[in-house]
Structures are given as C-alpha cells and as structure tokens.
Ligand binder design. Structure first.
Ligand SMILES: [Zn+2]
Length: 413
C-alpha cells in the first residue's frame, strides 16, 4: 500500500518545527501565546491546499478540518488530534532541525553547543534506530517533535487519503490544539464543532506503542494556621505556621510514595508549591495513581501527617482540600473496546508488534475521553522530549502515518 508512496511527513515536520510555538504556563490568555497561531495558520493553508475546504482555525487557536467520507457505509466519525505547542522547559526559538541520514550509532554532537551529545548509552532506544534517519535540534533548543511529529503524521495521513481515493473511509476529523503542555489543551475546545465519535491523540513515543491508560489525578492543598504575634513580644504566644509546614514536608516518606521513588504502576504524592507566613502556610500537592479510588487513600496519608505535624504546636490547626484534575482514560475506553482493538489491529497491519504502556501522566486524551470523545494515544517516534536531546526517526513517523491510514480503513470495514 505504501511502497510507491512519497511520504511528506519529513518535509512537513522540518517546516513545522522551525515555527516557534512555545506555550507559557504563566500567561492568562488563551492561547497562552499568540505565536502558536502562526503554525495554526500554516496548517489551515496546507489543509486547504490538500482540498480539505472546511479547514479553519478559531479565535482560540484550534484548527479543525475534515477528510470527507468516500463510502456509502455509515461509519463513526474518527478524530486524529495533535498539539501545536511545545514545552517551555527548553527554548523553542530558532529551532534548527538537522537530519542525520543513515544513523550509524555513533554519538551525535549537536553543532551549536558541542557539549550537547546524544549517545546510545543514554538513549537505549537509539540502538534500534541504526540505519534510520534521525532528526535532532542543533544544541540550543528543543526539537519540538513533541508534538509536531504528531502534527506532521496527521497531515501526511490526510495527504495519503486525498491522493488515494481507492482507500475507503468515513469522515475523518483533524484537530490541532494549543496549550497541551500547560494542561489547558482542551479548555476551550468546542465538542459540538468537533462532532466526532471517537478520537486518537498522536503524541506517543516508541514505534508500535499504544497507550490507553493514564494516571488519575487530583490536586491537594494543606493549609496550616499558626498564631501570629509581634516577634519582640511573642514569648509563649507565637505559633509559626512556616515551621509546622516545614515539619510536615520533612515527614513525607523518603523511600517511597514520591515521583523520585516510584515507577510503573505505583502512585505518589508530590509537593509542588509551598508558601507562607508565620500566620498561615500552604503546601500544594499533586496526587497520582492509576486507580482512582486510591487517590483518597493517598490524601488521607497527607491528612495523618498534617495532624502529626501540628500535634506539638498548641493552638495550631490545619485544613486539607482535595480537587479533581483528570481521570484514567481506561475507565472510559473499557466501555468502547473497539477503539483500542482497532488501533492495535492497525499497528499490526502496518507491520509492527503492539507495545502497551500505562502513561505516568495525563494527555489531552485523558480529558477528551471524559468529555465524550474516547481517545487513546498512538506513537509518533518522538523521544527525549522537552530537552535539547529530543530526537525523532523519520521512519518511525512514516510508520505512524501507515498506522493511522490503516486505522481509518479499519473503522470503515
Ligand atoms: Zn505532547
């Protein structure tokens, strides 16, 4: 099916990563940075050039388009989704992509900062990439394969479908979102405009990988109230909330229950922010587990530790609040087993073995799943994301294109 096809994913990818789309967690606007729309505008123009006449970007920076159904059959509307923004963890300005053809396994020295070296020892997945074409940045920026690999893969799928009318499929919706990296990617998404039944994010990494399980996530805040007094006349009066909060944080387990001591399917609590005065101090946590019901057990551990921390401070008190952030997409996907079954079949038809990992985090798909669009995550080849060592294999991106073309067909079968 693809032997004579001239993939466009590489040239598209090279074009997209040069456009700065860093999102900004401190911004109050939506999208958080206007420049994300620069890529949105280019994508709309390219989609229109492909003949997708309904392609458009709304004021919030969402890009929508449809590859129209070419079958008489009634087929569910399937959406492929990727995010245009890149993480602010590393600069995304003036990205200079470099293609390392026929990678031979030797260290890749990034020319604009030769201290940045991508080595097989540090990136074991690169061992499988010998002979492939690896794209990196030049040493001073991230690459932006997260998630412009996904964007380019979806664009190439559209290109394939419009140039191969013999491939039968239902309506395929394309969605590009801003601000995924700051957790707001679907905040202003209009599900009515999207009008899709099932979705897939293209934001996974290793070839053949498929993710239909994510963390369930809550936030928790512990607020300690002390008793303030003029420090010159505070004897036997002052109860310092900062000291209680410090004791509380120190009492968290050191050998388990934290991001730095857990892996695979273990959950954790993680203090992410602390602020305070003698009168009041607050510690914010993120709480994570694959089992939603365990989140409240984790918060009750925080409750016990907080209660222990105030015990030796007469007059002090605390309160604890828990709030929902997102939920394990598996809870929704289990009700629509065909979404995962078809994706796994598509990966196999594209000649790969399926590799399933639980996501130790959330994706836009976690939230979309609970907004009514069951939405697992498919690989794109993006690796070492959010860093200057970020890389992607051209052949992995091509395999992702093949996978979602197959997937579009499978839904129409
Ligand atoms: Zn991403």
């Amino acid at each position: 099916m693809f032997s004579g096809y001239a993939f466009t994913v590489e040239e598209r990818f090279i074009r997209y990563v040069k456009i700065d789309t860093t999102s900004d967690p401190h911004s109050e606007t939506f999208p958080s940075t206007e420049k994300q729309k620069d890529l949105g505008r280019l994508l709309v123009a390219e989609l229109k050039a492909l003949g997708l006449s309904d392609a458009y970007m709304d004021d919030n920076g969402y890009v929508y388009a449809t590859v129209r159904s070419n079958t008489e059959k009634k087929v569910p509307v399937v959406c492929f989704c990727a995010h245009v923004d890149t993480s602010s963890d590393s600069s995304g300005t003036n990205v200079k992509p470099i293609v390392h053809r026929n990678f031979d396994g030797s260290p890749i020295v990034l020319p604009d900062d030769p201290s940045q070296v991508i080595r097989v020892e540090d990136h074991p997945y690169l061992k499988d990439k010998i002979g492939e074409d690896i794209i990196t940045a030049s040493g001073t920026t991230l690459l932006g394969a997260d998630d412009k690999a996904g964007v380019a893969v979806i664009m190439d799928m559209a290109n394939y479908l419009v140039t191969h009318p013999e491939i039968k499929h239902g309506d395929i919706r394309i969605l590009f979102t801003p601000d995924e990296e700051i957790g707001r990617g679907v905040d202003k998404l209009d599900m009515k405009t999207l009008a899709a039944d099932f979705g897939y994010t293209l934001d996974g990494s290793e070839r053949g990988s498929f993710e239909d399980e994510s963390f369930s996530a809550d936030g928790a805040s512990v607020v300690f109230h002390g008793i303030s007094a003029h420090p010159g006349y505070a004897k036997s009066k002052l109860v310092n909330a900062i000291k209680i909060a410090a004791e509380f944080v120190t009492s968290l387990p050191r050998d388990r229950f934290s991001p730095e001591t857990t892996a695979d399917r273990e959950g954790f609590v993680h203090p992410v922010h602390i602020e305070g005065t003698a009168e009041m101090a607050k510690v914010d946590f993120i709480v994570r587990d694959f089992k939603t019901e365990k989140l409240k057990d984790h918060v009750s551990v925080l409750d016990q530790l907080a209660s222990k921390a105030i015990a030796s401070y007469p007059g002090a008190r605390y309160e604890i609040k828990q709030r929902e952030q997102y939920r394990n997409m598996k809870e929704v996907l289990d009700k629509h087993p065909q979404v995962a079954v078809f994706a796994e079949e598509a990966i196999r038809r594209a000649g790969m073995e399926v590799r399933k990992f639980p996501i130790r985090g959330g994706t836009d798909g976690s939230r979309l799943s609970f907004m009514g669009l069951p939405c697992p995550n498919i690989f794109t080849g993006e690796m070492a994301f959010h860093s200057k060592h970020e890389y992607v294999s051209v052949q992995d991106m091509q395999k992702a294109v093949e996978t979602i073309v197959h997937l579009a067909m499978i839904w129409a079968e």
